[in-house]
Design a protein around this ligand. Structure first.
Ligand SMILES: [Zn+2]
Length: 407
C-alpha cells in the first residue's frame, strides 16, 4: 500500500479511473482532482489519455491504477486505543510501562492506516491515554488517522467502567468534572449511562443507571463547553435516559425499543450499534471458552441488534459505525471491515454501509462538511481500494493508496 502525505501549502493532482463522489457515493469515471492546502479544490472528468501536460508533468501528480476505486477514507466512531483488544489485564499493566504502551499504540495507528481508516473517535480511558495518542499523531511523531479524543469518561455513581473514567459523588461535582475533562483537551464528552450486556442472561445489563437529572446536568455542562456527548447506553432503559437527556450519540444501544429509535430519528441522535464486540464472543477463539447457553445468549443479543439496523435507517436515525476496538476480542483496525460485513448481513446496501462508515461517521465525529465525502471543499482524506466496494464490500480489505491530509 502506498501512503501519500498531503503537505499543507503544496498542490497535488490525483487521477482515478473510478471515484465514489458526493454525499451519495455516485460512481464517476475518469476523475481528476486538484488538491490545495489539503482540500479538494476541483473535480472534473478527464480521460487519462487527455490529461494536459501541465498535470502529467506536475511533480505531485498521481494516477491510480486501472480497476481501483477512489473513495472517502473510512471512519471508526468508537475505539479504545488504551486497550489492545486481546488481554484486558495485560493492557492495563502496560499503562505503567510507557515505552511499550507507546510502541503498541504506534503499531495500531499504522495498522489503521493500512486498513484505510482516516479518522477514529476514542471512547475514553481513565488515564486519558487517548489524548496522548492524539498528540502523537497531531505532533507528527507518528503517522495515524485523525483522532477525536474524549479523555476520561464520566460514569454513574458506583457504576460500570472504572477503566473508562471517574464517577462523581454528588451533583455539585459534575460541572467541576466536565470542566476538568474539557481543560484536559477532550474533543467530546463520554458518559457511561449503564453497564454492559450480559453474556449469561439474555437482555440483562449489569450495574446501576445514571440518574436522569444528573445526565441532563452533564449534557448541559458539556454544551456550555461546546462538547458533543457520546453516551454508552446498553439497555432499553439506558437508551431512553440518554434520548431524554438529548445526548449526541448513543453507543451500543442494545435492546433499544422501536419507540426510542423513532425519538432518536426525530431528535437526530446518532446510533453507533457496535455489534462486533458481542459477535466475536461467539466466534473462534473465544467460542471455546463459552457454554452452549452463553453462545445462545450472545447470538440472540447481536442478531437482534442486526435486525434493527434497517428499521433505524428507514426511520432516519443517523446510523454510524463503531467497533469498540480494544474491547475483549476486538483488535484495532481489522475489525472495522468485520463490523461492516455485519451491517451487510442486515441487508443494508453496500452504499448504505459505506455511507455509515464515511459521511455519517464524519458527522458523529464533528467533522461534518470537512471529511467523509469526496467533493470540492472537503479535505482530501481519501483512499483507493482494489475493485469497487459498491459491487463487493470485500474490496475494502485491499487498500492500495491512502491519502493523509493531516489535520
Ligand atoms: Zn467503548
Amino acid at each position: 500500500m502506498r501512503t501519500i502525505t498531503i503537505k499543507p501549502l503544496l498542490d497535488y493532482y490525483l487521477w482515478a479511473p473510478l471515484a465514489l463522489a458526493g454525499p451519495d457515493l455516485v460512481p464517476e469515471k475518469d476523475i481528476l482532482l486538484e488538491i490545495k492546502n489539503s482540500f479538494i479544490v476541483s473535480q472534473r472528468v478527464v480521460q487519462q489519455d487527455y490529461l494536459p501536460a501541465s498535470v502529467l508533468n506536475h511533480p505531485r501528480f498521481y494516477a491510480l491504477e486501472e480497476r481501483t476505486t477512489l473513495l472517502p477514507a473510512l471512519i471508526d466512531a468508537h475505539v479504545h486505543l488504551a486497550l489492545d483488544g486481546k488481554d484486558f489485564n495485560r493492557s492495563r499493566v502496560m499503562w505503567d510501562d510507557r515505552v511499550s504502551l507507546e510502541g503498541r499504540i504506534r503499531q495500531e495507528l499504522k495498522e489503521m492506516i493500512s486498513s484505510g481508516i482516516g479518522a477514529v473517535r476514542d471512547g475514553g480511558d481513565c488515564r486519558g491515554i487517548n489524548l496522548e495518542a492524539r498528540h502523537l499523531v497531531e505532533s507528527e511523531q507518528c503517522p495515524g488517522p485523525r483522532i477525536v479524543a474524549t479523555g476520561q469518561a464520566i460514569r454513574a455513581q458506583g457504576g460500570y467502567g472504572s477503566f473508562l473514567g471517574l464517577d462523581y459523588h454528588n451533583r455539585a461535582a459534575i460541572p467541576v468534572m466536565v470542566e476538568r475533562i474539557w481543560a484536559s483537551g477532550a474533543d467530546q464528552l463520554k458518559v457511561v449511562v449503564s453497564g454492559v450486556v450480559s453474556f449469561i442472561e439474555y437482555g440483562s445489563v449489569k450495574g446501576p443507571l445514571m440518574q436522569l437529572d444528573e445526565l441532563r446536568y452533564i449534557v448541559s455542562c458539556a454544551r456550555e463547553r461546546n462538547l458533543k456527548v457520546m453516551a454508552h447506553a446498553s439497555s432499553a432503559a439506558a437508551v431512553d435516559l440518554a434520548v431524554d437527556a438529548d445526548v449526541d450519540s448513543i453507543e451500543h444501544g442494545y435492546f433499544a425499543r422501536p419507540e426510542s429509535l423513532k425519538l432518536m430519528a426525530e431528535k437526530q441522535i446518532a446510533w453507533v450499534p457496535t455489534i462486533i464486540p458481542v459477535a466475536v464472543q461467539a466466534r473462534e477463539p473465544l467460542l471455546d471458552l463459552r457454554t452452549p447457553l452463553e453462545i445462545d445468549v450472545i447470538s440472540k443479543t447481536y442478531e437482534e441488534q442486526i435486525e434493527k439496523l434497517n428499521f433505524a435507517l428507514e426511520l432516519g436515525v443517523p446510523l454510524g459505525v463503531g467497533t469498540d476496538s480494544g474491547a475483549g476480542g476486538v483488535s484495532h483496525a481489522h475489525n472495522l471491515i468485520e463490523e461492516l460485513m455485519l451491517y451487510k448481513a442486515a441487508s443494508l446496501t453496500n452504499r448504505q454501509v459505506l455511507k455509515a462508515a464515511t459521511s455519517t461517521n464524519a458527522g458523529i465525529l464533528g467533522f461534518n462538511k470537512e471529511i467523509g465525502i469526496l467533493d470540492r471543499g472537503y479535505r482530501a482524506a481519501l483512499i483507493a481500494v482494489q475493485g469497487n466496494p459498491l459491487e463487493d464490500l470485500e474490496a475494502l480489505k485491499d487498500v492500495v493508496v491512502y491519502l493523509n491530509p493531516g489535520s
